[in-house]
Write a protein that binds this ligand. Structure first.
Ligand code: ADP
Ligand code: MN
Length: 495
């Protein structure tokens, strides 16, 4: 008897039944996939796809993305050629009209790409020999006629050279590609329609503002939204700010019945560059709603939190009936909301619109009311309120840009509110609204607090003292005061 006990001889066996069932599972899955993407399977029968069928569900999207990547490189080369030709001559030639890039496709990186001009590729094979007049070449059983599939396919490949010069057909001859007539015709059709599309795009010069667009990951996100039919089309860029890019889109169909997608949407893409997010640190770091999560997050996730914050804040405002964009959907760092404006034209910012003195007064009282609502009902301070973030639409003011908004008990919440009040007060006082409260009166009217200091320095000191008191309370009691105590109802202002 072995002192270590009987050796365990049972080995892990794999029965035939197991293997079979695994195969069965695979088959079932394939069947399911085929049912889900029937049209993709049809495409897969084409001559280009050989071997295994690797996740073709997103082939169209991948192709589009590759095309965009190519277009971008093409344009970069064009820019270099343009620069070379113009040198430092006073009169310059623009190649603008030869550009390919979709308005919302490109990203701003001007980085030099290793670009190979395939048109002068020395390794390219010569064109195949054509079939002579007699209609066949070769001898005996090696004879081939012009109808031969292989020859015909090669010819089709060669004929692609006749497409518009800017249409890159790749090295089909070099790799001895044989195109069936059907495929060739489809490609020809595509070449024509691409040419037309390109011409159409160049007509709309204003779209080129979208040049400063987005990174590939974001592009894919946007593509998916369009592919899913949620968005009809993304027409172009409305604004490129330091921290976000905003696009206009026409809304599509909603997947669920209960949700209606507005006819026009604004897509706010929060920028994922790291140097910018630092500026926003102080807003979110101390926002207790996000406190637990902040420390554990990487920068990319923090950017998503900004988008999430904007969504939550907009929802609160919506519930309070404050005019603001309505949230449609949030995907990572991309927030889709309703568009304030019409026919692709965004509503003007308050700073850009000239209002009659009557409208100006109306706007002032409306903002006063909204600030109070925001504070009391939404428990929020805008924290970036100014004539830049208020739009004039439909005879009233709409509040936007609330990703940085915080609750009043935020360690700097009252300071932010005071800054908001200063902006609003100054704007309307300069705008000739005699009734406009000064910043300190406005602050008290919005917060319901009663700070009596009659100069800015003392006022601010009192605000900071209040904030500190609240912080101490948190230290001692582990929770915030529900809100700063207000004595009585806030004053109601009306026209
Ligand atoms: P930023 O942080 O870059 O200032 P904003 O949210 O203020 O971001 O958006 C930038 C600009 O985009 C705004 O000034 C406004 O002109 C436009 N914009 C943003 N959201 C909308 C919207 N829902 N409807 C119409 N225009 C919008
Ligand atoms: Mn803004």
């Amino acid at each position: 008897q072995c002192p270590w006990g009987a050796p365990n001889t049972t080995s892990i066996s794999c029965s035939l039944a197991d293997v079979m069932s695994e195969q069965l599972a695979k088959e079932l899955q394939l069947e399911e996939e085929n049912a889900a993407f029937p049209e993709v399977v049809a495409v897969a029968e084409g001559p280009f796809i050989t071997g295994e069928n690797i996740d073709t569900s997103s082939d169209l999207m991948l192709a589009q993305m590759l095309q965009m990547e190519f277009d971008r490189e093409y344009d970069a080369q064009l820019r270099r050629e343009e620069k070379k030709i113009n040198g430092d001559s006073k009169v310059s030639i623009s190649f603008e009209n030869y550009r390919k890039v979709h308005p919302y496709d490109s990203d701003s990186s001007e980085d030099e790409v290793d670009w190979q001009d395939t048109r002068h590729d020395p390794y390219r094979a010569d064109k195949p020999t054509t079939t002579p007049r007699k209609g066949f070449i070769g001898k005996g059983k090696d004879i081939t006629t012009k109808h031969d599939e292989v020859v015909c396919g090669r010819k089709n490949t060669a004929r692609m050279e006749n497409f518009a010069p800017e249409f890159q057909v790749g090295d089909g001859i070099g790799m001895d590609l044989k195109l069936s007539n059907q495929v060739f015709n489809a490609l020809k059709q595509h070449a024509y329609s691409e040419e037309r599309r390109s011409a159409r795009l160049h007509e709309k010069k204003e779209h080129s503002t979208a040049e400063k667009a987005v990174d590939p990951k974001t592009r894919l996100l946007l593509y998916k939204m369009v592919n899913a039919g949620m968005l009809e089309t993304i027409t172009g860029c409305i604004s490129t700010g330091k921290e976000s890019v905003v696009f206009h889109a026409y809304g599509g169909k909603s997947a669920t019945e209960d949700k209606v997608i507005p006819p026009e949407c604004a897509i706010k893409v929060f920028k994922t560059t790291l140097n910018e997010f630092k500026n926003r640190d102080k807003y979110i770091k101390d926002d207790y709603r996000f406190k637990d999560r902040f420390s554990k997050l990487n920068p990319r996730k923090i950017i998503r939190m900004w988008a999430e914050k904007e969504m939550h804040n907009l929802t609160r405002m919506q519930n309070a009936g404050i005019p603001c964009p309505q949230v449609v959907i949030l995907k990572k760092h991309v927030l889709v909301m309703s568009f304030i404006g019409q026919d692709q034209v965004p509503a003007p910012k308050l700073k850009d619109v000239t209002l009659s003195s009557e409208d100006m007064k109306k706007a002032y009282y409306q903002i006063l009311n909204m600030m109070q609502q925001l504070y009391k009902e939404c428990n929020l301070v805008h924290a970036d309120l100014s004539e830049y973030n208020m739009l004039w639409h439909d005879g009233k003011v709409w509040l936007i840009d609330v990703s940085q908004s915080v609750e009043p008990t935020h360690p700097h919440g009252l300071e932010f509110l005071f800054r908001d009040c200063r902006n609003v007060s100054q704007f309307f006082q300069k705008g000739g609204v005699a009734e406009a409260l000064n910043e300190r009166e406005l602050f008290n009217a919005v917060s319901g607090l009663n700070i009596t200091a009659d100069n800015e320095v003392d006022f601010q000191a009192e605000i900071e003292a209040l904030e500190k008191m609240n912080e101490d309370h948190v230290q001692n009691h582990g929770k915030k005061l529900s809100m700063f105590s207000s004595d009585g109802d806030p004053p109601i202002y009306d026209e």
